[in-house]
Design a protein. Structure first.
Length: 471
């Protein structure tokens, strides 16, 4: 599926072809204000204004290199910490001074794998000593009106007892078409897909924020509103350092989290066996297996995703579907990927389940247009650990209008005695539509209450130790 779609800070400015300088910036109270203007109008998002960060996940106190290109006289940055903030969704953390734009297009490429990496110069260095841990979007504001986001995460020292949100950089990269070819092809040609991708590139999705913007931000906003004190990591963090989620109470996956490494999968399942709850608020989770490595030319972080066992020379760790390696996604999510494109209404089938507490729904109630564009469903042949309860089933249609077929989408709850539990929503629209004002107020209230029930139950501790109503 293609997406739709605090304080003083020392900022060191290193501008190519210009003399480097260091600036200390004092920020007024206004720079601390909650901001409802952090979003980018679609008319102002442009390919010629873009950037990326290295590292894109670190801890406060580490400097972050920003690589930016723009085609106007000057630009500045407004950096936002994401959360609830009285409904605004973000708080302005800092604003940088205006500095000259630098148009950058130098890159390295490999025609054999359709690999492209941006070989850009650092334009801005952010010192993060004064920033709190959290999820951030740095917005590039070019003087010609063009804008784009650069996402980055500032991690806590540990996540023991915390609700942790995993930011899907691997999935964002797979769908990224900024350089031309994504893991899905180039200009509709699957054979021209990139088999190796570099994180040294801006994201084309989500106004530069990648998958985060549409598929994670709405649930982050709700988690913060519920005062559940979220902590943040990326999927890359878990892949490279599995211990980073040790002791977490809950791991939250947003609406689209499709590309995983085996190391991430093993780490998450291992923590669940120790009591960590898993919440999947989307569909098509952990479908494609990827590998990470350091590049030989730029020392950039790169990701292999051949989608072909015959093409991938690493026969021990082929980058194909997990299910084709006898590692079905049901072992993680307690259900299976079903289909695309999916269409239909959410239909309440089991109103007695704990997830529907406080919604007032009854069997047969419908919420139009909530299902799709990708969905999961439970199968009798699914393999998993512990027990599984089907909390809801919606009958939907999959396929085009010319070849529609009836099928289903389910919400499932898996529990391991004395350990962590798993809730899988099985619908990609749940976050991207259901937790936004794009739907009727009735639907938004329903989706918000169900998501709240799931989050609050998981935040109480191992779901395998709780007596949760399943009917």
């Amino acid at each position: 599926m293609i997406s739709r779609k605090r304080s003083r800070l020392v900022i060191l400015l290193a501008i190519a072809l210009l003399s480097s300088c260091a600036a200390t910036v004092n920020f007024s109270d206004a720079a601390q204000a909650k901001s409802a203007t952090w979003e980018i109008p679609s008319t102002q998002f442009a390919h010629d204004t873009a950037g990326f960060a290295t590292p894109f996940s670190t801890t406060p106190g580490t400097s972050i290199n920003l690589y930016i290109t723009c085609n106007s006289p000057t630009f500045n940055l407004t950096v936002y910490r994401m959360g609830y903030y009285d409904g605004a969704g973000a708080q302005l953390a800092l604003t940088t001074p205006e500095q000259p734009c630098l148009h950058q297009d130098k890159k390295i490429a490999d025609a054999k794998t359709n690999f492209v990496a941006e070989d850009w110069k650092v334009t801005t260095v952010l010192a993060t000593d004064s920033l709190m841990p959290g999820m951030y979007l740095a917005r590039i504001n070019a003087s010609n009106g063009h804008q784009s986001f650069i996402p980055f995460v500032l991690k806590d020292k540990d996540v023991v007892g915390r609700v942790v949100v995993s930011i899907p950089f691997q999935t964002s990269l797979s769908y990224n078409a900024y350089t031309g070819a994504s893991a899905y092809g180039e200009k509709g040609d699957f054979e021209r897909r990139a088999r190796v991708l570099s994180f040294n590139t801006p994201f084309s999705e989500g106004y530069g924020a990648g998958i985060y913007y549409f598929y994670v931000q709405p649930v982050v906003k709700l988690i913060d509103q519920l005062h559940l004190d979220p902590s943040f990591v990326t999927d890359v963090d878990i892949s490279q350092n599995p211990q980073i989620i040790s002791g977490a109470k809950v791991l939250v996956s947003g609406g689209h989290d499709e590309y995983w490494t085996l190391q991430e999968r093993d780490a998450v399942m291992n923590e669940r066996s120790k009591g960590m709850n898993l919440l999947f608020f989307g569909a098509n989770v952990e479908y494609w297996r990827v590998r990470l490595h350091q590049g030989s030319q730029l020392n950039d972080l790169e990701m292999d995703i051949y989608k072909s066992q015959s093409e991938d020379q690493n026969t021990a760790e082929p980058t194909i579907k997990f299910r084709d390696q006898k590692l079905p996604e049901s072992e993680l999510t307690y259900q299976d990927y079903n289909c695309f494109p999916a269409h239909g209404d959410f239909q309440v089938s089991n109103p007695g389940a704990f997830i529907f507490d406080g919604t007032g729904v009854k069997k047969g109630d419908r919420f139009p247009g909530m299902m799709g564009p990708e969905v999961d469903h439970s199968l009798a042949t699914d393999t998993f650990t512990g027990t599984r309860s089907i909390l809801n089933t919606s009958i939907i249609t999959c396929g085009t209008s010319l070849l529609p077929k009836p099928t289903s989408s389910t919400i499932v709850y898996g529990a391991i005695a004395g350990a962590g539990g798993t809730v899988s929503i099985g619908d990609m629209n749940w976050v991207e539509r259901g937790l936004t004002t794009d739907v009727p107020k009735r639907t938004f209230a329903f989706t918000t209450q169900v998501t709240t029930n799931i989050l609050e139950a998981a935040a109480k501790g191992p779901m395998g130790l709780q007596d949760l109503k399943t009917s």
